[in-house]
Ligand binder design. Structure first.
Ligand code: GLA
Length: 401
């Protein structure tokens, strides 16, 4: 665990609650490398867990209440440990409450606790600060009130060793936690997201790409080439609760329905073209994006295996064009960032990452040209938009612990 994040969360805890927290967990944010809006279509997606985190320091308390304090918001939030209601004044706490409600529903027993939340994942940048908060919540409750979730439900809780430490959750438990956190977001927060963000935060691996098959829910890791991953945040906030995301999902689902399949994963591009007349234009566009994007992930994984970084970069550009023209979840700022990136000789590929409608781009840049790329992006974007951006170099890290 990075001493810095750990220390910040502990220090916030001590400042607010005036004693030391024994348990600390942290969950990384994620970047979607390739595969835009494929997850809820049971498709394929490549993701990276990156070195920006939500870290939570916590300790039980005896009055049956839960109190949350965050480094990013002024007011703390207090509620009974068995009552999970939204507070419009503290929407950030919904991700915690939604996760607690799901744990409660599955029979996980917990009582009151204090928690201090420290975050370094930029909010609204499409790097999944919300999923990281859900995952950190589920894991901190596991540390405070040990539980083990399996596909069949709760089973014998893990036992602490002599030093009080729990064994880390197995891959099977991690997958159940990912599903639980996704349910929190679907049911409590109200975003019909897929499972990409939660899996990425839980299954990250240093220096590796996470290859996720969202139909079989199988997760594999592949080495990520030593090129630089650079995020450019457009500065336009990305607000999934805004509804556009759910609309896209609905269009994909109605397209699948009209094509007589359970999900768009089962549709091949020639079949889609042959049956185009069955769909509205919007359904066709969404289905065309998803089918093409899934094919790109297959081809992209092959390119990475063959160390063909240039080819992989082309797929990233193509992915952006498909999101922009077919899915239509880009913005003028994201399009501009991708075009400016393309002008730089060190840039292999660039695309929007995550839900879209604002947020950030992910750029694959030749390692030795990373510093020059950052200067180019800052100057060119400032010239065009009069906004100073701070591109971030991201490292791939292990999943939540
Ligand atoms: C958001 C959602 C994910 C996924 C991406 C788009 O990050 O939370 O489930 O759908 O958008 O690929």
């Amino acid at each position: 665990m990075s001493p810095h994040d750990f220390h910040e969360a502990q220090a916030l805890y001590k400042k607010h609650f005036h004693h030391t927290a024994l348990h600390t967990v942290r969950a990384p944010g994620r970047l979607e490398l390739l595969g835009n809006h494929t997850d809820y279509n049971a498709g394929l997606v490549m993701a990276l867990a990156v070195d920006r985190f939500i870290t939570v320091a916590a300790q039980p308390r005896t009055d049956g209440k839960i109190e949350l304090v965050s480094s990013l918001f002024a007011d703390s939030e207090v509620f009974p440990a068995d009552e999970f209601k939204k507070n419009p004044a503290a929407p950030w706490a919904d991700y915690v409450k939604g996760t607690l409600a799901q744990l409660h529903r599955r029979g996980v027993h917990f009582t009151g606790f204090n928690a201090a939340i420290h975050g370094t994942i930029p909010m609204g940048a499409g790097m999944s600060s919300s999923a990281a908060l859900e995952v950190a919540t589920a894991l901190v409750v596991r540390k405070l009130f040990p539980y083990r979730l399996t596909p069949g439900g709760l089973t014998t809780a893990p036992v602490r060793n002599q030093r009080g430490a729990l064994p880390p959750p197995s891959p099977e438990e991690r997958l159940e936690i990912a599903k639980l956190c996704q349910a929190a977001e679907n049911q409590f927060v109200g975003v019909q997201c897929g499972i990409l963000d939660q899996i990425s935060s839980l299954f990250g691996m240093a220096w590796s790409v996470i290859d996720i098959d969202c139909r079989s829910l199988t997760i594999e890791h592949a080495p990520m080439p030593g090129e630089a991953i650079i995020v450019c945040n457009s500065g336009v906030r990305h607000e999934l609760v805004g509804g556009e995301y759910n609309e896209l999902r609905a269009s994909c689902e109605s397209a699948a329905n009209k094509l007589g399949v359970k999900t768009l994963r089962s549709v091949a591009i020639p079949d889609l073209e042959a049956r185009r007349d069955h769909l509205t234009l919007r359904e066709y566009q969404c289905a065309r994006h998803v089918t093409g994007e899934i094919a790109r992930v297959v081809a992209g994984a092959r390119a990475l295996r063959e160390n063909d970084h240039e080819q992989f970069g082309h797929f990233m550009f193509q992915s952006h064009e498909s999101s922009r023209d077919l899915l239509r979840n880009s913005t003028t700022e994201l399009d501009l960032l991708v075009e400016l990136a393309r002008q730089h000789p060190g840039c292999l590929g660039a695309r929007l990452t995550g839900g879209g409608f604002g947020g950030a781009t992910i750029n694959l840049v030749r390692h030795h040209q990373a510093a020059d790329f950052i200067t180019h992006m800052q100057q060119a974007y400032e010239k065009a938009r009069n906004i100073r951006i701070t591109p971030m170099v991201c490292q791939m890290v292990d999943g939540a612990e």
